[in-house]
Design a protein around this ligand. Structure first.
Ligand code: PMP
Ligand code: GLU
Length: 397
């Protein structure tokens, strides 16, 4: 059968693909340690899990309005007010089946052929393909390690053209952990206001902050910026609810209404049970986050320390998210028993097949020369994985 042209432009998410390769090897009895897929190892926040169970028992198992229940929207409104100093009404909120779905809906309702959408690189694997699915063209801005992987106003200025329809910002970032501060956004704001673009601000890692790092939502910069921003967030990471599939957006009513129409003709409402669990997570889950993030801070420090000791690898400490993005350019060109490491995809394959560890190659994020390592696993698992990486790399010549 001939697939649509649309499908020929996209590929399976690299994170999901590495997870599938890892699963195949594990099924063959091979011991693999994963630094791959980004999902917290903690069990779901207990208050949320209990609320989900209660929802089933109480019969909250029917269709809800396509854009989510009023109660969950209310919990989201309270969260945005408390954490981000943002005021929204219910008609400006939509709940979807995970933030990935939220972002998909945003692209579908805003972009089309002829449009350009700016995506700073390194970027989360899914953004370019979602933009392509809408018919628009992703325009990449390559940030550098020296600039802390933050886009500069000069880079943004060069990227904007009369066709620019949107920009996707992600702070804290997956994969680099980089965070835009209020002053960074202030330096962009005139440029952003001078054009007709929509700002999509993916804030799903906002709770994963280390040291003195703080999160600031670009929508809180000023009312004019808020008017052209869609804030995207979800419960997957903060409450360890990746499988529950709840994400949400807050933004201008006409965009949210269009997303609601699309959702009413595609998925209908996100799972009623997950909505109930998310409502309780947002209202009562803060304590859970504090505990989880303090464990993550220790893991980050341990991982950075150990990675730095490996020859050919350098790694800075990310201020946010739960990924390390070490520079592994020193390993390119090295040889192993079955060939030469030509790029970071080769390195990730070597580490998986010969070293027994899953990592995600920088190419997947538009940043060859780097590897992404998730530290969302226990310290003992991370230590064992690092040991495997050290042994595998010591075999390179
Ligand atoms: N944005 C970013 C940057 C992510 O890393 C993820 C991880 N899956 C998502 C959005 C989507 O999360 P989910 O669909 O699980 O809500
Ligand atoms: N966001 C996570 C990651 O980057 C989960 C995988 C995905 O949704 O693609 O690993």
């Amino acid at each position: 059968m001939k697939l649509s042209r649309r499908m020929q432009q996209i590929k399976t998410s690299a994170t999901m693909e590495m997870a599938a390769r890892e699963k195949t090897l594990k099924a063959q009895g091979i011991d693999i340690i994963s630094f791959g897929l980004g999902e917290p190892d903690f069990p779901t926040a207990p208050v949320a899990a209990e609320a989900g169970i209660a929802a089933i028992r109480d019969g909250e198992t029917r269709y809800t309005p396509p854009a989510g229940t009023d109660r969950l929207k209310e919990a989201i409104i309270q969260k945005l007010k408390k954490d981000n100093h943002l005021e929204y009404e219910k008609k400006e909120i939509i709940v979807s089946c995970g933030a990935k779905h939220t972002l998909y809906n945003v692209s579908q309702v805003l972009f089309e052929e002829g449009d350009e959408v700016i995506i700073p690189a390194p970027y989360w694997v899914t953004y370019p393909d979602q933009v392509r699915l809408s018919g628009a063209t992703p325009v990449f801005v390559e940030t550098t390690e020296t600039d802390g992987f933050l886009m500069t106003p000069a880079q943004l200025k060069t990227a904007i053209t009369p066709r620019t329809k949107g920009i996707i910002l992600n702070s804290p970032s997956n994969p680099t952990g980089a965070i835009y501060k209020k002053k960074d956004y202030e330096a962009f704001s005139d440029l952003l206001l001078s054009t007709d673009l929509t700002i999509i601000s993916d804030e799903i890692y906002e709770k994963f902050l280390y040291g003195d790092a703080a999160h600031f939502s670009i929508a809180a910069l000023d009312p004019a910026i808020k008017k052209k921003t869609i804030v995207v967030n979800g419960v997957s990471k903060a409450y360890s609810m990746t499988g529950w599939r709840i994400g949400y957006a807050a933004g201008p009513v006409e965009v949210v209404q269009a997303m609601t129409t699309l959702q009413s003709q595609s998925t209908s409402n996100p799972t009623s049970i997950s909505q109930k669990a998310s409502e309780v997570a947002l209202a009562k889950g803060e304590h859970f986050i504090t505990e989880m993030v303090s464990a993550f801070a220790e893991r980050r420090d341990m991982m950075v320390e150990q990675l730095k000791q490996i020859e050919g690898v350098s790694c800075s400490s990310p201020p946010g998210s739960f990924y390390l993005f070490p520079n592994v350019k020193g390993l390119i060109g090295k040889q192993h028993s079955r060939g030469i490491i030509q790029n970071t995809s080769d390195l990730a394959s070597f580490l998986l097949e010969e070293g027994g560890v899953t990592t995600i190659p920088g190419e997947a994020f538009g940043a060859p020369g780097y590897l992404r390592l998730s530290f969302a696993s226990s310290k003992s698992v991370l230590s064992a994985g690092l040991e495997k990486i050290k042994i595998a790399i010591s075999r390179l010549s």
